[in-house]
Design a protein around this ligand. Structure first.
Ligand SMILES: C[S@@+](CC[C@H](N)C(=O)[O-])C[C@H]1O[C@@H](n2cnc3c(N)ncnc32)[C@H](O)[C@@H]1O
Length: 190
């Protein structure tokens, strides 16, 4: 990654941590992805050669910038979905021509996507809602694609139901990576 962009991302993350510390309402916080997890997703996006990536949970666009930069290198596109697109997200992502911001519920958005149309699906929204989105996270995934779910070690109880759905899917393999707040990856069995 370009060092100027990396410095901008580090500053944005530090700003988010400082901002979140001043908030008492969790829903008003930015809750940006941990930098190490973002960097892993950045690498994975390129390793799988993702062309069509979807993020559910934009916040101010921190993780979306990482994904957008990786997708610039693969010739891909990011759709980042949030129930409320923040002006900060629009501003932070304005330099990236390969990003679409969609204001929608993540489950409703996935329900409207075609079968096997997504290479990378990153879930970083309200975790307890994910099981209600089934089967769409699996249905929209293209063979060779990857699902990533954050916060699986910080909030195991909230993701247990969704991880059980993934584990019960014979076509998928999965692994939790002990990075950041815990990133679970699910991919197609070979
Ligand atoms: C943890 S933050 C996302 C952080 C972001 N990925 C980052 O690293 O910068 C969670 C976001 O999910 C959004 N969200 C909550 N429920 C949602 C839903 N059902 N569909 C889409 N977005 C949702 C919230 O508005 C919030 O902006």
């Amino acid at each position: 990654m370009d060092s100027a962009l990396r410095q901008r991302l580090d500053a944005l993350h530090a700003d988010g941590v400082a901002f979140d510390a001043t908030q008492t309402d969790r829903l008003l916080t930015r809750r940006n992805l941990e930098p190490a997890s973002a960097r892993l997703l950045w690498s994975l996006t390129q390793i799988i050669g993702a062309r069509d990536a979807v993020e559910i949970g934009t916040s101010n666009g921190y993780s979306a910038i990482w994904l957008a930069d990786a997708l610039t290198l693969t010739g891909g596109h990011l759709t980042s979905v949030d129930v409320e697109i923040q002006p900060d997200a629009e501003r932070n992502l304005a330099p990236f021509a390969n990003v679409s911001l969609v204001e929608a519920d993540g489950g409703a958005y996935l329900a409207g996507r075609a079968d096997a149309s997504v290479d990378l699906l990153f879930l970083d929204a309200e975790r307890t809602q994910y099981p209600g989105w089934w089967p769409h996270p699996r249905r929209v995934l293209r063979p060779g694609g990857l699902i990533a779910i954050d916060n699986v070690l910080s909030h195991p109880g909230e993701v247990a139901g969704f991880l059980a759905l993934l584990a019960a899917e014979p076509s998928l393999r999965g692994e939790t990576i002990e990075i950041g707040k815990g990133l679970h990856l699910a991919w197609f069995a070979r």
